[in-house]
Design a protein. Structure first.
Length: 339
C-alpha cells in the first residue's frame, strides 16, 4: 500500500478544527509540533488513495487562513507496517464517493498528478533538446531500418508529455495548463518536422524499408492500439506506476510517424508521406481522447463546484471534437483501403 505524508502548517488557534477534521478522515497517524510561537505543524500519515480526500477537506476549511500551508511528501516505507484499510461491504456510498472522490479509487491525488504532468507541458531547453535528439535518433533508425535505434527514440518520447498534460487540462478545465501544453506540443512538432525534412533532403535513404513502409500503411487496428495504449498511459500516470509508461511510449509513439512524414516530404515522396501523417494524427487524437476518458473514469475533477461545472463542459466539448476528428480519419482509412 502506497503511503503519503502530509505536513500542515496552521495557526495554533485552528488546532481544534484541524484535529476534528482529521479524525473524521480516519488517517493512519497524526503528530504535532511547533514551527514558531504561533504556528503549528501537523504531520499526517495516510494512504495514497485517501490523500485527495484529506487535502480537499483541509483546503475547503482553511483556504482563507493566510498562514495555511499543505505539503505532500511520498513515503518509501513505514515501520511498523500500517494495517490494511477496512473495506465497506454495506453497499452504501460514502460522502466521498458521492462527491466523486471514491475511497476505493486506486490513484494518486489530483494535486500530485497535476504536479507530475505539468512538467511535460513546459517548453524548456531540456524539452527542446530532447525533441532534437529523439528526432535525430528516430531519423537514423528509420533510414537504417534499425528497430533497436528506433525504440530508443520511442522511449525518449518527448511529445507524449504535452498531450497527457492537454488531456488533464481538459479534464480539469484548466485553461492555462491547456495553453501551455498545446504550445509545447506545437513547438515540438515543428522542430521534429524541420529536422526530419532537412534529413530527407540531405541524406539518402530507401523509402521502401520495412520500418518506413509500416508507418505509411494505416489500418483500423492502429486506432484500437492507440486508444488502448493512450488509456494505459493515462492510467499509469494516475496510479503512479511509471514503469508502465515505457511500454506505452513504444506502443503509441508519436515521433516516428512524424519523422517518417518529414523524411518522405524532404525526399519528395508526397504520396507515401500522407500515410505517415495519417498515423501520426490518429495517435495524437487517440492519446487525447483516451486520456480524457481515463481521467474522467478515475474521478479526476476540480475541487470547487463551479470549476467542476466548467471542466465538465470542457470535457464534453473535447470528447466530441476528438471523436468527430477520429471518425473523419476512420472514413479516410476505409475509403483508402477500398481503393
Amino acid at each position: 500500500m502506497a503511503l503519503r505524508l502530509l505536513e500542515i502548517i496552521l495557526p495554533e488557534t485552528n488546532e481544534e478544527q484541524a484535529r476534528k477534521l482529521l479524525e473524521e478522515q480516519s488517517v493512519m497517524g497524526l503528530w504535532q509540533d511547533h514551527v514558531s510561537e504561533t504556528l503549528l505543524l501537523l504531520r499526517v500519515l495516510t494512504s495514497a488513495e485517501m490523500t485527495e480526500n484529506v487535502m480537499d477537506a483541509l483546503e475547503e476549511l482553511f483556504s482563507g487562513v493566510e498562514e495555511f500551508r499543505l505539503i505532500l511528501l511520498p513515503v518509501e516505507a513505514c515501520v511498523p507496517r500500517p494495517p490494511p484499510e477496512p473495506t465497506d461491504d454495506s453497499g452504501t456510498d460514502s460522502p466521498d464517493t458521492r462527491n466523486g472522490n471514491s475511497r476505493g479509487a486506486l490513484r494518486i491525488s489530483r494535486e500530485e498528478l497535476y504536479a507530475e504532468v505539468t512538467d511535460g507541458a513546459k517548453t524548456s531547453r531540456v524539452f527542446i533538446a530532447m525533441v532534437i535528439l529523439s528526432s535525430i535518433v528516430a531519423a537514423i533508425g528509420l533510414m537504417r531500418d534499425n528497430v533497436a535505434v528506433l525504440i530508443g527514440a520511442m522511449v525518449i518520447a518527448p511529445l507524449l508529455g504535452p498531450h497527457v498534460a492537454l488531456a488533464l487540462a481538459t479534464t480539469l478545465g484548466d485553461t492555462d495548463l491547456g495553453k501551455n501544453a498545446l504550445k509545447t506540443s506545437l513547438i515540438g512538432i515543428f522542430i521534429a518536422m524541420i529536422i526530419s525534412i532537412a534529413a530527407g533532403m540531405v541524406l539518402p535513404f530507401q523509402p521502401e524499408t520495412p520500418e518506413i513502409l509500416s508507418r505509411t500503411q494505416v489500418a483500423l487496428s492502429d486506432i484500437a492500439l492507440a486508444l488502448a495504449s493512450g488509456a494505459a498511459g493515462s492510467l499509469a500516470f494516475t496510479t503512479g506506476v511509471s514503469a508502465v509508461l515505457i511500454g506505452v511510449m513504444v506502443a503509441v509513439a508519436l515521433l516516428p510517424p512524424l519523422v517518417t512524414f518529414g523524411l518522405l516530404i524532404g525526399a519528395g515522396h508526397i504520396g507515401m508521406s500522407l500515410g505517415a501523417l495519417l498515423l501520426f494524427l490518429i495517435n495524437v487524437i487517440c492519446v487525447n481522447l483516451a486520456g480524457v476518458g481515463t481521467f474522467l473514469v478515475q474521478g479526476i475533477r476540480p475541487l470547487t463546484w463551479w470549476e467542476a461545472d466548467r471542466a465538465r463542459r470542457a470535457s464534453r466539448k473535447a470528447i466530441f471534437l476528438w471523436a468527430v476528428l477520429l471518425s473523419v480519419l476512420v472514413c479516410i482509412i476505409i475509403f483508402s483501403q477500398r481503393n
